[in-house]
Ligand binder design. Structure first.
Ligand code: DGP
Length: 114
Protein backbone atom coordinates (compact mmCIF):
# COMPACT_ATOMS: atom_id res chain seq x y z
CA UNK A 1 0.00 0.00 0.00
CA UNK A 2 1.28 3.49 -0.87
CA UNK A 3 2.21 5.52 2.21
CA UNK A 4 -0.15 8.45 2.83
CA UNK A 5 1.11 11.92 2.03
CA UNK A 6 1.27 14.49 4.84
CA UNK A 7 -1.71 16.18 3.26
CA UNK A 8 -3.73 12.96 3.14
CA UNK A 9 -3.03 12.64 6.85
CA UNK A 10 -4.40 16.16 7.35
CA UNK A 11 -7.47 15.29 5.24
CA UNK A 12 -7.98 12.18 7.40
CA UNK A 13 -7.47 14.23 10.60
CA UNK A 14 -4.43 12.19 11.62
CA UNK A 15 -2.42 15.43 11.66
CA UNK A 16 -3.79 18.73 12.87
CA UNK A 17 -3.90 21.82 10.67
CA UNK A 18 -5.63 25.17 10.64
CA UNK A 19 -8.27 24.31 8.03
CA UNK A 20 -9.99 27.28 6.38
CA UNK A 21 -11.99 25.49 3.69
CA UNK A 22 -13.13 21.97 2.93
CA UNK A 23 -15.55 20.48 0.43
CA UNK A 24 -15.97 17.18 -1.38
CA UNK A 25 -13.05 17.83 -3.72
CA UNK A 26 -10.47 19.79 -1.77
CA UNK A 27 -9.15 21.06 1.51
CA UNK A 28 -7.34 24.32 2.31
CA UNK A 29 -5.25 24.98 5.41
CA UNK A 30 -2.57 27.35 6.64
CA UNK A 31 1.00 26.50 5.69
CA UNK A 32 3.20 25.37 8.58
CA UNK A 33 5.99 27.70 7.41
CA UNK A 34 4.20 30.79 6.09
CA UNK A 35 6.01 32.92 3.52
CA UNK A 36 3.43 35.73 3.62
CA UNK A 37 0.87 37.07 6.12
CA UNK A 38 -1.63 34.77 4.42
CA UNK A 39 -0.20 31.46 3.20
CA UNK A 40 -2.75 28.74 2.60
CA UNK A 41 -2.31 25.44 0.76
CA UNK A 42 -5.20 24.27 -1.41
CA UNK A 43 -5.04 20.51 -2.03
CA UNK A 44 -7.22 18.10 -3.93
CA UNK A 45 -8.50 15.25 -1.80
CA UNK A 46 -7.56 12.97 -4.66
CA UNK A 47 -3.88 12.08 -4.46
CA UNK A 48 -2.17 13.65 -7.45
CA UNK A 49 1.54 13.75 -6.77
CA UNK A 50 2.27 16.78 -8.90
CA UNK A 51 0.61 18.85 -11.59
CA UNK A 52 2.63 17.12 -14.33
CA UNK A 53 0.98 13.83 -13.30
CA UNK A 54 -2.57 15.18 -13.54
CA UNK A 55 -4.80 13.41 -16.05
CA UNK A 56 -7.56 14.60 -18.36
CA UNK A 57 -10.02 13.08 -15.87
CA UNK A 58 -8.70 15.57 -13.26
CA UNK A 59 -9.96 18.57 -15.22
CA UNK A 60 -12.88 19.27 -12.89
CA UNK A 61 -10.88 19.02 -9.69
CA UNK A 62 -8.10 21.21 -11.09
CA UNK A 63 -10.61 23.85 -12.14
CA UNK A 64 -12.24 23.60 -8.75
CA UNK A 65 -8.97 24.37 -6.96
CA UNK A 66 -8.61 27.57 -8.98
CA UNK A 67 -12.18 28.61 -8.22
CA UNK A 68 -11.72 27.95 -4.49
CA UNK A 69 -8.57 30.10 -4.32
CA UNK A 70 -10.28 33.51 -4.66
CA UNK A 71 -13.06 32.40 -2.32
CA UNK A 72 -10.51 31.55 0.39
CA UNK A 73 -8.52 34.73 -0.32
CA UNK A 74 -11.66 36.83 0.11
CA UNK A 75 -12.74 34.96 3.24
CA UNK A 76 -9.31 35.65 4.74
CA UNK A 77 -9.53 39.37 3.86
CA UNK A 78 -7.35 39.42 0.76
CA UNK A 79 -9.81 39.57 -2.12
CA UNK A 80 -7.88 42.16 -4.12
CA UNK A 81 -4.34 40.85 -4.37
CA UNK A 82 -2.90 37.41 -3.93
CA UNK A 83 -0.45 35.07 -5.61
CA UNK A 84 -1.00 31.44 -6.57
CA UNK A 85 2.02 29.17 -6.99
CA UNK A 86 2.44 25.49 -7.85
CA UNK A 87 5.88 23.95 -7.47
CA UNK A 88 6.32 20.95 -9.76
CA UNK A 89 9.25 18.69 -8.92
CA UNK A 90 12.06 19.06 -6.42
CA UNK A 91 14.02 21.23 -8.87
CA UNK A 92 11.19 23.75 -8.65
CA UNK A 93 11.03 23.60 -4.86
CA UNK A 94 8.35 20.95 -4.38
CA UNK A 95 8.84 19.18 -1.07
CA UNK A 96 5.44 17.55 -0.50
CA UNK A 97 4.42 15.25 -3.32
CA UNK A 98 0.70 15.78 -3.12
CA UNK A 99 -0.43 18.53 -5.46
CA UNK A 100 -1.15 21.84 -3.76
CA UNK A 101 -1.61 25.45 -4.73
CA UNK A 102 0.15 27.98 -2.51
CA UNK A 103 -2.19 30.93 -1.92
CA UNK A 104 -0.18 33.84 -0.55
CA UNK A 105 -1.22 37.42 0.22
CA UNK A 106 -0.56 40.36 2.48
CA UNK A 107 2.81 41.54 1.22
CA UNK A 108 4.39 42.76 -2.00
CA UNK A 109 5.53 40.00 -4.36
CA UNK A 110 8.40 40.62 -6.72
CA UNK A 111 8.47 39.58 -10.36
CA UNK A 112 10.12 37.49 -11.65
CA UNK A 113 9.75 35.18 -8.66
CA UNK A 114 12.87 33.74 -7.10
P1 DGP B 1 6.12 22.66 -1.63
O1 DGP B 1 7.53 23.07 -1.28
O2 DGP B 1 5.57 23.44 -2.82
O3 DGP B 1 5.97 21.18 -1.78
O4 DGP B 1 5.25 23.11 -0.40
C1 DGP B 1 5.03 22.30 0.72
C2 DGP B 1 4.52 23.18 1.81
O5 DGP B 1 3.93 22.36 2.78
C3 DGP B 1 5.60 24.00 2.51
O6 DGP B 1 5.35 25.38 2.32
C4 DGP B 1 5.47 23.63 3.98
C5 DGP B 1 4.11 22.94 4.04
N1 DGP B 1 4.03 21.85 5.00
C6 DGP B 1 4.85 20.78 5.10
N2 DGP B 1 4.43 19.95 6.07
C7 DGP B 1 3.31 20.51 6.59
C8 DGP B 1 2.41 20.13 7.62
O7 DGP B 1 2.53 19.09 8.27
N3 DGP B 1 1.38 20.98 7.86
C9 DGP B 1 1.18 22.14 7.16
N4 DGP B 1 0.13 22.90 7.48
N5 DGP B 1 2.00 22.52 6.17
C10 DGP B 1 3.06 21.72 5.89
Amino acid sequence: MVEKSIFERIIDRELSANIVHEDELCIAFHDLDPQAPLHVLICPKKRINMISEALAEDLDVLGHLLLVAPVVAAAEGYADAFRLTINNGSGAGQTVFHLHIHLMAGRLFSWPPG
